[in-house]
Design a protein around this ligand. Structure first.
Ligand SMILES: NC(=O)CC[C@H](N)C(=O)O
Length: 248
Protein backbone atom coordinates (compact mmCIF):
# COMPACT_ATOMS: atom_id res chain seq x y z
CA UNK A 1 0.00 0.00 0.00
CA UNK A 2 1.35 3.47 -0.83
CA UNK A 3 1.92 5.89 2.00
CA UNK A 4 -0.91 8.36 2.64
CA UNK A 5 0.40 11.91 2.09
CA UNK A 6 -2.90 13.68 1.53
CA UNK A 7 -3.60 16.97 3.29
CA UNK A 8 -7.15 18.29 3.03
CA UNK A 9 -7.60 22.06 2.89
CA UNK A 10 -11.07 23.41 3.56
CA UNK A 11 -12.00 26.88 2.31
CA UNK A 12 -14.82 28.33 4.43
CA UNK A 13 -17.63 30.22 2.71
CA UNK A 14 -15.82 31.07 -0.55
CA UNK A 15 -19.09 32.41 -1.98
CA UNK A 16 -19.42 35.29 0.49
CA UNK A 17 -16.02 35.43 2.13
CA UNK A 18 -13.34 35.68 -0.52
CA UNK A 19 -12.34 39.21 -1.45
CA UNK A 20 -9.12 40.92 -2.54
CA UNK A 21 -7.63 37.67 -3.75
CA UNK A 22 -8.03 35.62 -0.56
CA UNK A 23 -8.52 32.47 -2.65
CA UNK A 24 -4.81 32.82 -3.47
CA UNK A 25 -4.05 31.53 0.02
CA UNK A 26 -5.45 28.14 -0.95
CA UNK A 27 -3.43 28.11 -4.18
CA UNK A 28 -0.21 28.75 -2.26
CA UNK A 29 -0.93 26.01 0.27
CA UNK A 30 -1.71 23.62 -2.58
CA UNK A 31 1.47 24.42 -4.47
CA UNK A 32 3.79 24.31 -1.46
CA UNK A 33 2.26 21.02 -0.32
CA UNK A 34 3.10 19.59 -3.73
CA UNK A 35 6.68 20.89 -3.48
CA UNK A 36 7.03 19.08 -0.18
CA UNK A 37 5.71 15.86 -1.69
CA UNK A 38 2.26 15.96 -0.11
CA UNK A 39 -0.96 15.52 -2.01
CA UNK A 40 -3.32 18.47 -1.48
CA UNK A 41 -7.07 18.00 -1.59
CA UNK A 42 -9.17 21.17 -1.64
CA UNK A 43 -12.79 21.32 -0.54
CA UNK A 44 -15.15 24.22 -0.14
CA UNK A 45 -17.73 24.73 2.56
CA UNK A 46 -20.64 27.06 1.86
CA UNK A 47 -23.72 27.73 4.00
CA UNK A 48 -25.93 24.64 4.15
CA UNK A 49 -23.20 22.19 3.08
CA UNK A 50 -22.29 19.15 5.10
CA UNK A 51 -19.06 19.72 6.99
CA UNK A 52 -16.47 17.34 5.53
CA UNK A 53 -14.59 14.77 7.55
CA UNK A 54 -10.81 14.60 7.99
CA UNK A 55 -10.03 18.25 7.37
CA UNK A 56 -6.36 19.17 7.97
CA UNK A 57 -6.17 22.93 7.30
CA UNK A 58 -8.99 25.49 7.40
CA UNK A 59 -8.78 28.75 5.47
CA UNK A 60 -11.27 31.59 5.48
CA UNK A 61 -11.28 34.97 3.78
CA UNK A 62 -12.73 38.43 4.07
CA UNK A 63 -16.11 39.75 3.07
CA UNK A 64 -18.44 42.71 3.03
CA UNK A 65 -20.54 43.36 6.14
CA UNK A 66 -23.50 42.08 4.07
CA UNK A 67 -21.68 38.80 3.35
CA UNK A 68 -20.93 38.41 7.04
CA UNK A 69 -24.64 38.82 7.78
CA UNK A 70 -25.51 36.14 5.20
CA UNK A 71 -23.23 33.49 6.74
CA UNK A 72 -23.75 34.33 10.40
CA UNK A 73 -26.47 31.77 11.14
CA UNK A 74 -24.71 28.95 9.40
CA UNK A 75 -21.45 29.85 11.13
CA UNK A 76 -23.17 29.64 14.53
CA UNK A 77 -24.18 26.05 13.91
CA UNK A 78 -20.60 25.24 12.86
CA UNK A 79 -19.23 26.89 16.00
CA UNK A 80 -18.86 23.75 18.18
CA UNK A 81 -17.10 21.90 15.33
CA UNK A 82 -14.69 24.74 14.60
CA UNK A 83 -14.06 25.39 18.30
CA UNK A 84 -13.27 21.72 18.87
CA UNK A 85 -10.86 21.62 15.92
CA UNK A 86 -9.10 24.83 16.98
CA UNK A 87 -8.66 23.51 20.53
CA UNK A 88 -7.32 20.28 19.06
CA UNK A 89 -4.56 22.18 17.23
CA UNK A 90 -5.94 22.16 13.71
CA UNK A 91 -4.10 24.87 11.75
CA UNK A 92 -6.39 27.63 10.52
CA UNK A 93 -5.88 30.88 8.65
CA UNK A 94 -8.65 33.43 8.83
CA UNK A 95 -8.55 36.81 7.13
CA UNK A 96 -10.42 40.03 7.86
CA UNK A 97 -14.18 39.28 7.73
CA UNK A 98 -13.82 35.73 9.04
CA UNK A 99 -11.11 36.82 11.47
CA UNK A 100 -13.68 39.22 12.94
CA UNK A 101 -16.27 36.43 13.21
CA UNK A 102 -13.79 34.11 14.95
CA UNK A 103 -13.97 36.61 17.80
CA UNK A 104 -16.89 37.30 20.11
CA UNK A 105 -18.79 39.68 17.83
CA UNK A 106 -18.61 42.31 15.12
CA UNK A 107 -20.77 45.36 15.73
CA UNK A 108 -21.07 47.00 12.33
CA UNK A 109 -20.92 50.72 11.68
CA UNK A 110 -24.73 50.61 11.23
CA UNK A 111 -25.10 49.07 14.67
CA UNK A 112 -25.93 45.48 13.62
CA UNK A 113 -24.47 42.96 16.03
CA UNK A 114 -23.08 39.94 14.19
CA UNK A 115 -22.22 37.27 16.74
CA UNK A 116 -18.89 35.52 16.34
CA UNK A 117 -17.89 32.04 17.43
CA UNK A 118 -15.51 33.06 20.21
CA UNK A 119 -12.49 30.97 19.22
CA UNK A 120 -10.47 34.17 19.60
CA UNK A 121 -10.72 36.38 22.67
CA UNK A 122 -11.47 39.65 20.89
CA UNK A 123 -14.23 41.94 19.71
CA UNK A 124 -14.69 44.21 16.71
CA UNK A 125 -16.47 47.53 16.41
CA UNK A 126 -17.26 49.09 13.03
CA UNK A 127 -15.96 52.64 12.76
CA UNK A 128 -16.81 55.52 10.46
CA UNK A 129 -13.45 55.47 8.68
CA UNK A 130 -12.22 52.62 6.54
CA UNK A 131 -8.66 51.55 7.13
CA UNK A 132 -7.30 51.04 3.65
CA UNK A 133 -3.85 50.50 2.21
CA UNK A 134 -0.67 48.50 2.21
CA UNK A 135 0.61 47.21 5.50
CA UNK A 136 3.95 46.15 6.87
CA UNK A 137 4.00 44.39 10.20
CA UNK A 138 6.65 42.44 12.07
CA UNK A 139 6.18 39.20 13.97
CA UNK A 140 8.65 37.28 16.13
CA UNK A 141 7.41 34.02 14.62
CA UNK A 142 7.20 34.95 10.94
CA UNK A 143 9.41 38.01 10.42
CA UNK A 144 8.11 40.84 8.26
CA UNK A 145 4.51 40.31 7.12
CA UNK A 146 3.29 42.22 4.04
CA UNK A 147 -0.32 42.68 2.96
CA UNK A 148 -3.21 44.97 2.14
CA UNK A 149 -6.03 46.02 4.47
CA UNK A 150 -9.52 47.37 3.80
CA UNK A 151 -11.94 47.28 6.72
CA UNK A 152 -14.14 49.47 8.88
CA UNK A 153 -14.04 47.10 11.82
CA UNK A 154 -11.59 47.86 14.61
CA UNK A 155 -10.56 44.83 16.59
CA UNK A 156 -9.44 44.79 20.20
CA UNK A 157 -7.73 41.73 21.59
CA UNK A 158 -8.37 40.29 25.05
CA UNK A 159 -5.78 38.55 27.23
CA UNK A 160 -6.60 35.12 25.77
CA UNK A 161 -4.89 35.81 22.42
CA UNK A 162 -1.64 37.32 21.28
CA UNK A 163 -1.29 39.71 18.37
CA UNK A 164 0.11 38.15 15.22
CA UNK A 165 2.41 41.09 14.60
CA UNK A 166 3.29 44.69 15.37
CA UNK A 167 2.45 47.37 12.81
CA UNK A 168 5.20 49.32 11.05
CA UNK A 169 3.09 50.77 8.21
CA UNK A 170 -0.71 50.97 8.13
CA UNK A 171 -3.20 50.32 10.94
CA UNK A 172 -3.95 46.60 11.39
CA UNK A 173 -6.37 45.67 14.17
CA UNK A 174 -7.30 49.24 15.05
CA UNK A 175 -6.09 52.83 15.06
CA UNK A 176 -4.98 52.66 18.70
CA UNK A 177 -2.52 49.94 19.63
CA UNK A 178 -0.32 49.07 16.60
CA UNK A 179 -1.22 45.38 16.73
CA UNK A 180 -2.08 43.28 13.68
CA UNK A 181 -4.00 40.02 13.67
CA UNK A 182 -4.17 37.39 16.38
CA UNK A 183 -2.52 34.11 17.29
CA UNK A 184 -4.10 31.30 19.31
CA UNK A 185 -2.99 27.63 19.30
CA UNK A 186 -2.46 26.95 15.56
CA UNK A 187 -4.89 29.62 14.45
CA UNK A 188 -3.38 32.52 12.53
CA UNK A 189 -5.73 35.47 12.06
CA UNK A 190 -4.97 38.61 10.10
CA UNK A 191 -6.53 41.64 8.46
CA UNK A 192 -4.20 41.26 5.50
CA UNK A 193 -5.42 40.42 2.03
CA UNK A 194 -3.46 40.59 -1.11
CA UNK A 195 -3.47 37.57 -0.84
CA UNK A 196 -1.41 37.00 2.28
CA UNK A 197 0.42 33.72 1.68
CA UNK A 198 2.13 34.34 -1.69
CA UNK A 199 4.11 37.14 -0.05
CA UNK A 200 4.44 35.47 3.34
CA UNK A 201 5.42 31.84 2.75
CA UNK A 202 6.62 31.41 6.34
CA UNK A 203 2.97 31.47 7.41
CA UNK A 204 2.03 28.95 4.72
CA UNK A 205 4.81 26.64 5.87
CA UNK A 206 3.71 26.99 9.49
CA UNK A 207 0.19 25.82 8.55
CA UNK A 208 1.55 22.96 6.45
CA UNK A 209 3.97 21.76 9.13
CA UNK A 210 1.32 21.82 11.84
CA UNK A 211 -1.10 19.94 9.59
CA UNK A 212 1.46 17.25 8.73
CA UNK A 213 2.51 16.81 12.36
CA UNK A 214 -1.10 16.60 13.49
CA UNK A 215 -2.00 14.04 10.83
CA UNK A 216 1.16 11.97 10.41
CA UNK A 217 3.18 12.68 13.58
CA UNK A 218 5.93 14.51 11.69
CA UNK A 219 6.60 16.88 8.82
CA UNK A 220 8.75 15.12 6.24
CA UNK A 221 9.20 17.08 3.02
CA UNK A 222 10.80 15.33 0.06
CA UNK A 223 14.51 16.18 0.04
CA UNK A 224 15.57 18.86 -2.45
CA UNK A 225 18.86 20.38 -3.57
CA UNK A 226 19.92 23.88 -2.49
CA UNK A 227 19.49 25.15 -6.08
CA UNK A 228 16.04 23.71 -6.28
CA UNK A 229 15.03 25.37 -3.00
CA UNK A 230 16.51 28.71 -4.11
CA UNK A 231 14.54 28.46 -7.36
CA UNK A 232 11.32 27.71 -5.49
CA UNK A 233 11.70 30.66 -3.12
CA UNK A 234 12.52 33.13 -5.92
CA UNK A 235 8.96 34.15 -6.74
CA UNK A 236 7.85 34.65 -3.15
CA UNK A 237 11.02 36.68 -2.49
CA UNK A 238 10.20 38.91 -5.47
CA UNK A 239 6.62 39.29 -4.23
CA UNK A 240 7.90 40.28 -0.77
CA UNK A 241 10.33 42.81 -2.14
CA UNK A 242 7.72 44.31 -4.41
CA UNK A 243 5.17 44.51 -1.57
CA UNK A 244 7.75 46.15 0.70
CA UNK A 245 8.27 48.95 -1.81
CA UNK A 246 4.61 49.87 -2.09
CA UNK A 247 3.49 53.13 -0.48
CA UNK A 248 0.79 53.00 2.17
N1 LIG B 1 -12.11 43.23 4.10
C1 LIG B 1 -13.01 42.69 4.88
O1 LIG B 1 -13.09 41.47 5.03
C2 LIG B 1 -13.97 43.62 5.54
C3 LIG B 1 -14.58 43.07 6.81
C4 LIG B 1 -15.68 43.94 7.37
N2 LIG B 1 -16.81 43.92 6.50
C5 LIG B 1 -15.18 45.34 7.65
O2 LIG B 1 -15.38 46.23 6.86
O3 LIG B 1 -14.57 45.57 8.66
Amino acid sequence: MTEDRTIKILQLYPREMNIYGDWGNVLVLKQRLKWYGYQPVVEEYNAGDEFPADVDIIVGGGGQDSGQVVIQQDLQQLAPTLQGLAEDGLPMLVICGLYQLFGRFFKTHEGALIPGIGILDMETHGGDVRLIGNVLSVSEEFGEIHGYENHSGQTFLGPGVKPLAEIRKGEGNNTKDSTEGARYKNVVASYLHGSLLPKNPAIADFLIEKAAIRKFGSFSPVPRSEEDLAELSKLSEMARQHAGQRPR
